[in-house]
Write a protein that binds this ligand. Structure first.
Ligand code: URA
Length: 420
């Protein structure tokens, strides 16, 4: 086998065999194929796609590039959840505790934010003391005690994805449905939960901008998960406007706690109930109506909040934030943007808000950049609202940045307004 033949086959739409894909992934991971040849192949995939069989082979080869977790010491059925990423997406912090409160185990590994999208690990690290790097033994112990734990992605799982993802980032080959599918699913299959719930975000703030692409990705991920022997379901949810009101690490933990306290309802709450219900149904807990009821009760009864509290405590974090969100890090500076006339909010572009939040210090441009846990945006309006002159549209927060002009300009560009 040689890499030139493999590049040419994909360039000419000739499907690769399982053996060729396995060879390609292992040869690139162990350094025998250089970055420039792998980039050429990735670009051919971006332009021509892969068949479903090829995508299954690629995913399994990436999964098998490292270890696979053995979850047999966890004493209930296990479920994992993954969102394809978006702005203000803190659903894992709500769905995990809610599902665990209903009797299933949710062991989860997550990543950090990059560019305009946030990462669950950064959000959790905004809680004083919360440790995201734990041994497998500690991780399993917490899951057995509380039903829920999130730690950072282990370096020993899917080394091929780590290498390929970073090459894709620097070679313009991120936006390919089979490559996104294999990247996400290889990590999910290496974590090895019994059931996998996927939340494919669709809209301006997401990788998938159209519902056709989001559906294609969702169906492909379900096929790959099922082919690998897992119970797998993919939902498509809207990311045309941000999820919830808060964007930014500590601000998002605050909003998640307020949902778990039962103090907030709305679109974020509804999506969390839908995701939790689907996860419970996948785990055999009942039909979708029964599972939705269980999810709502988990929050209304305070049981989901108790799971989150105990999980934070066992991770070394300050669990008192579950009663008093003001114990989360607070920004030194803030700036409220108000309506200069009576307006209707026609649309809210979540990608632009993500970029404004990045300018405030909430995100990273390069993967090793420091972030400001206090930074971000609290939206005071949403799509469809009528806002009177001088009423607030949003408030920007930061500790590292006291000059809000650039971020405010960017944030305002996110709103499409018409005078009323
Ligand atoms: N998230 C991933 O882990 N991989 C992708 O390719 C895209 C989103």
């Amino acid at each position: 086998m040689n890499i030139i033949d493999i590049i040419n086959k994909t360039k000419n739409l000739i499907p690769l065999t399982d053996g060729e894909i396995t060879w390609l992934v292992s040869s690139y991971t162990n350094g025998e194929i250089p970055d420039y040849q792998m980039s050429a192949w990735l670009m051919a995939v971006c332009l021509n796609g892969l068949t479903e069989e090829e995508t299954v082979s690629l995913t399994l080869a990436m999964r098998d590039s490292g270890g696979k977790l053995d979850l047999s010491s966890i004493n209930s059925i296990t479920a994992d959840k993954h969102s394809t990423g978006g702005v203000g997406d803190k659903t894992s912090l709500i769905v995990g505790p809610a599902a665990a409160a209903c009797g299933i185990a949710v062991p989860k590994m997550s990543g950090r934010g990059l560019g305009h999208t946030g990462g669950t690990i950064d959000k959790l690290e905004s809680i004083h003391g919360y440790r995201t790097e734990l041994s497998e033994k500690e991780f399993f112990n917490i899951v057995n005690e509380t039903g829920f734990s999130i730690i950072s992605q282990s370096g020993s799982l899917c080394p091929a994805d780590k290498k390929i993802y970073s090459l894709r980032n620097s070679s313009g080959t991120v936006d390919s449905i089979p490559l996104i599918c294999s990247s996400i699913m290889s990590k999910k299959l290496a974590l090895n939960a019994d059931c996998i719930l996927l939340d494919v975000k669709c809209g301006s703030g997401a990788f998938m901008k159209t519902s056709e692409d989001a559906d294609r990705l969702a169906r492909l991920m379900e096929k790959v998960g099922t082919a690998a022997g897992k119970k797998c379901r993919a939902l498509v949810t809207d990311m045309d406007s941000p999820l919830g009101n808060n964007i930014g690490n500590a601000l998002e933990v605050r909003e998640a706690v307020e949902i778990l306290q039962g103090k907030r309802k709305g679109r974020l709450y509804d999506i969390c109930i839908e995701l939790t219900a689907n996860m419970l149904q996948l785990c055999g807990k009942g039909n979708i109506g029964e599972c939705s009821e269980m999810a709502r009760n988990a929050i209304a009864s305070g049981k989901a909040l108790e799971v989150f509290r105990e999980t934070i405590r066992m991770h070394g974090g300050d669990e008192r934030i579950c009663d008093d969100v003001s114990l989360l890090p607070q920004a030194r500076f803030s700036h409220t943007i108000r309506a200069s006339r009576d307006v209707k909010i026609v649309s809210v572009d979540s990608q632009e808000l993500g970029m404004a939040s990045l300018l405030l210090g909430a995100g990273r441009i390069n993967k090793d950049d420091d972030i400001d846990m206090t930074a971000g945006i609290v939206m005071e309006c949403e799509k469809g609202d009528n806002i009177s002159i001088h009423a607030p549209l949003m408030t920007l927060y930061s500790t590292v940045c006291s000059d809000f002009s650039a971020a405010a300009m960017r944030a305002l560009q996110a709103l499409e307004l018409v005078s009323i």
